[in-house]
Write a protein of this length. Structure first.
Ligand code: DQA
Length: 152
């Protein structure tokens, strides 16, 4: 069975109570439930994780790369600073879709730069928790073969 890693970075454990005007009122557990049902429909195994620690995210990216599983990655604030995450993606040859709940380009200037975008297959942002579902749809089209790969 194909699998997909959904990796969430720092402070995303606070979803639901954290700045609801920006991130909404649904929790990380709500997000996992949504994605679990979308994965069940597609016959995909969901590996859903969150960490506030950069090194743990690095290790999980390595795991996904070694397993040949695509990654939907919301690296939170590490997006804007972490060369380690960028190098993990390149080094493990991980197939990453970068996602953000908010439209980071409509926010503070320091959120406009991503260390990850250049090594990601694609970027989806600004659609709330739907950003993750859209990333899953991009990787595993519900109407298609679900190969996890687009033609170049
Ligand atoms: C975020 C945007 C980041 O700038 C921020 O640090 C987050 C969440 C988003 O999903 O919109 O933690 O990645």
């Amino acid at each position: 069975m194909p699998s997909v890693f959904v990796l969430n970075g720092p402070n995303l454990n606070l979803l639901g109570s954290r700045e609801p005007a920006t991130y909404g009122s649904e929790t990380l557990a709500d997000l996992e439930a949504r994605l679990q049902s979308a994965c069940d429909q597609r016959g995909i195994e969901l590996v859903f994780r969150q960490s506030n620690h950069e090194g743990e995210l690095v290790a999980w990216i390595h795991d996904a790369g070694a397993a040949g599983a695509p990654v939907i990655l919301n690296a939170g604030a590490y997006t804007h600073s972490s060369i380690a995450l960028r190098d993990a993606i390149s080094g493990a040859n991980a197939d990453v879709v970068e996602v953000h709940i908010s439209n980071v380009h409509a926010r503070e200037h320091f959120r406009h730069r991503s260390m990850i975008s250049a090594v990601a297959r694609g970027v989806i942002l600004g659609f709330g928790l739907r950003s993750y579902e859209l990333a899953l749809e991009a990787l595993f089209p519900s109407g298609g073969q679900g190969s996890g790969r687009f033609l170049p």
